[in-house]
Ligand binder design. Structure first.
Ligand SMILES: NC(=O)c1ccc[n+]([C@@H]2O[C@H](COP(=O)([O-])OP(=O)(O)OC[C@H]3O[C@@H](n4cnc5c(N)ncnc54)[C@H](OP(=O)(O)O)[C@@H]3O)[C@@H](O)[C@H]2O)c1
Length: 342
């Protein structure tokens, strides 16, 4: 494994679901790590130096960062092209590498081939989030071509640690777990057999940290995922097993879920499913394994999700049910059951 120590690195963000685990690994490898964030989260990361600022206020951020020169800057919270423009201005001549956290949802949908490599086409007509990430990547690549701005692009796919990575009903709240524990049905898109890879943030970190300061990573894009291929039924069943229940799974075609979601004012579901999780995607991790010899994800989902559940259970405040999300699942199931032939 490449020795990253001696690097001075800035994370914009840094206390999030993925970036906190990456921060801990970076510090353990001897990186001098700074965070720039608003300091709103109580996430203990020993050894990090925090610069408090709101990155959306470019003038305040520039002032807070004045005098620093970095080996690498990682923007964990870039979503639009103007933000890339801002960062090009902020960091030109100030960093030897600028890493943009994109998303594996940028890859072509509908998928024309289930094996996804970094050269798979980038196109997503279903999800503006993904199209904006593509625009960010293109703006940065242009900056590299025109001025040599030293970019690296990293595309996480579904990556979890402090979130519940379910396609419907999951994320920073406990809603889907609460439903499972109470014996209430949960929705699985399609017939539950489409394939996905879910990655623990600590595994992602093992591929990511050696890219920092990696001379050959400039102008390259990478995804970093687990190699464990699961059906969506298996993903939901592993969550159920982690809380000691057999979940009641209701299969509904993605097109029908999206049509119902549109009517319920949740049209973002179209991007989430048709622009991402409804397709069988098999991420080929050859490239990251070539640039980071020895990289291998080692946390099986059944094991990682138990740790995530323990994280939620460690603080009752985390076990909150999002009523709007619960209502959405309930309403979709009601509509579906009412029109389904017996
Ligand atoms: N998880 C996935 O499955 C997945 C998949 C694909 C792509 N991604 C990408 O991964 C990235 C998310 O990474 P993450 O999970 O580590 O992040 P996260 O959980 O969203 O954390 C956000 C971080 O940014 C800081 N922050 C938020 N607004 C800020 C502002 N205006 N100024 C300064 N700091 C701010 C937060 O701290 P404060 O609140 O204290 O400021 C926190 O440190 C995104 O770019 C997302 O598109 C994730």
């Amino acid at each position: 494994m490449r020795n990253s120590s001696g690097l001075k690195v800035l994370f914009i963000g840094g206390t999030g679901n993925i970036s906190a685990a990456v921060s801990r690994l970076a510090l353990s490898r001897g990186i001098e790590l700074y965070h720039l964030n608003r300091g709103r989260r109580n996430i203990p990361i020993e050894g990090v130096k925090t610069i408090q600022a709101d990155i959306s206020d470019a003038t305040a951020a520039a002032k807070a960062l004045d005098g620093h020169v970095w080996d690498a800057v990682v923007n964990w919270i870039g979503f639009t092209e103007p933000e890339m423009q801002r960062d090009i201005q902020l960091f030109t001549g100030k960093t030897r590498q600028y890493v943009f956290i994109s998303s594996a949802s940028v890859y072509q949908k509908p998928v024309s081939h289930p094996f996804i490599t970094e050269s798979s086409p980038l196109a997503n007509p279903y999800w503006d989030y993904s199209r904006n990430k593509i625009a960010c990547e293109e703006r940065l690549m242009r900056a590299y071509r025109e001025t040599g701005f030293p970019i690296t692009i990293v595309r996480p796919s579904l990556t979890y640690d402090t979130v519940i990575p379910m396609a419907i009903g999951g994320w920073t709240d406990y809603t889907i777990v609460d439903r499972m524990k109470k014996g209430k049905p949960v929705i699985v898109h399609g017939d539950g057999t489409s394939l996905w890879m879910v990655t623990h943030s600590e595994d992602f970190a093992k591929g990511f940290v050696p890219l920092l300061g990696h001379q050959q990573a400039i102008a390259h894009a990478f995804h970093i995922t687990s190699d464990e291929l699961l059906t969506w039924d298996q993903i939901y069943q592993a969550l159920g097993a982690a809380v000691g229940v057999e979940p009641k799974l209701v299969h509904i075609p993605s097109d029908d879920i999206c049509a119902m979601a549109d009517k319920l004012g949740q049209s973002w579901m179209r991007g989430n499913l048709l622009g991402d999780k409804s397709w069988s995607c098999i991420f080929d991790n050859t490239k990251i394994k070539t640039f980071v010899p020895g990289f291998r994800a080692t946390i099986p989902f059944a094991q990682g999700i138990r740790r995530t559940v323990e994280y939620f259970h460690a603080d009752p405040a985390r076990c909150k049910v999002a009523e709007d999300k619960n209502d959405f699942v309930h309403q979709v199931l009601e509509i579906w059951n009412s029109r389904r032939p017996l």
